[in-house]
Design a protein around this ligand. Structure first.
Ligand code: RIB
Ligand code: CA
Length: 313
């Protein structure tokens, strides 16, 4: 089986970091063409630096890392230091990166990659606000038909919001960008909070990371120990929700996940529900389905895969 060609778009973020390391540990399934970074959890100057820190932690300094958009399409940037800490990677103490940041803009890298590769051979893994991809579609509408699939972390239906009562962070930061993506006709698979809130780093799972006895294992344990505070306090969760690694795990073992092909639309008008992913889960409208919206996970299988793969780095 040939590995899938993948571009990861991300706003590291501890959970993004673990998702990136899972991808870097899985070359049989994922041929990582590059990582494009976006403003989200923390400003772009930190997300691009954190992406390089993570690649070096994983022992993959040759990975191509690009900086993309530093703010949403039309709204002011909202960040999440209250969850991820001032650096965005609080928890472990990691050295500043030595590997270079690519000079090409991340959006141009996405456009060029899609235009030069055979059509529908590149999968986009979206782990943060959707600004870069939406910007690419606005600048080069022809790339829409060239994307094999979008697999993204974002939104919620049964779990509703984690940044407002009705919206999940990635969508809320740039709802206009999300609206463009969900209206694009591109095949989309969504990992919403409905599923990521079932992928919790309980104490035994955190200990399994630490028991790897490697810099990657220890750093992963320290990252999740740090960013579990927000969800423990708000939801009484049993541990940190591994939002973004659900996206990478799906590319490796899709059978870990189950969901439904439904219509999903984005609220972009009402400030009350701005950024809400309105999923027609019960098919009560005649709106055409446009996304596979996941809602269940084999959590033990997910953590077994994640821990085994991180152990390879
Ligand atoms: O709401 C969770 C999402 O927002 C995750 O991608 C996390 O990294 C933050 O970007
Ligand atoms: Ca993220």
């Amino acid at each position: 089986m040939q590995p899938r060609k993948v571009i990861i778009d991300t706003d590291p973020g501890q959970d993004d970091a673990i998702a990136i390391m899972l991808a870097l540990a899985s070359p049989e399934e994922i041929d990582l063409l590059g990582i494009t970074t976006v403003a989200g959890n923390v400003p772009l100057s930190l997300t691009e630096k954190n992406a390089r820190i993570v690649c070096e932690l994983a022992g993959k300094p040759q990975t191509l890392v690009f900086a993309g958009c530093d703010r949403p399409l039309s709204r002011p940037l909202i960040t999440a230091e209250h969850v991820h800490g001032k650096t965005g990677l609080d928890g472990p103490v990691l050295p500043d990166p030595e590997m270079p940041l690519q000079s090409q803009h991340g959006v141009d890298f996405i456009i060029e990659s899609l235009r030069t590769a055979p059509a529908k051979t590149i999968t986009l893994c979206l782990l943060g606000p959707l600004t870069n991809i939406a910007s690419g579609l606005l600048k080069a509408p022809d790339i829409a038909d060239r994307i094999e699939e979008i697999v993204m972390m974002g939104g919620a239906y049964f779990e509703v919001g984690n940044i407002t009562p009705s919206a999940e962070f990635n969508i809320y930061v740039d709802p206009e960008a999300a609206d463009i993506i969900f209206k694009s006709g591109i095949p989309i698979t969504v990992m919403p909070l409905d599923i990521t809130h079932k992928a919790l780093v309980t104490k035994p799972r955190n200990e399994a990371f630490r028991d790897l006895g490697t810099p990657v294992g220890t750093a992963t344990a320290e990252m999740t120990n740090f960013f579990e505070r927000f969800d423990k306090e708000k939801y009484g969760s049993a541990g940190a929700p591994l939002h973004d690694p659900c996206v990478t795990a799906y590319l490796i073992e899709p059978e870990l996940f189950t969901g439904r092909f439904v219509n999903v639309m984005i609220e972009t008008t009402s400030e009350l529900t701005m950024g809400m992913t309105v999923a027609d889960w019960w098919n009560v409208t005649n709106r055409p389905a446009n996304a596979t919206f996941m809602n269940d996970i084999d959590a033990d299988g997910f953590f077994a895969l994640l821990t085994e793969r991180l152990g390879r780095l």
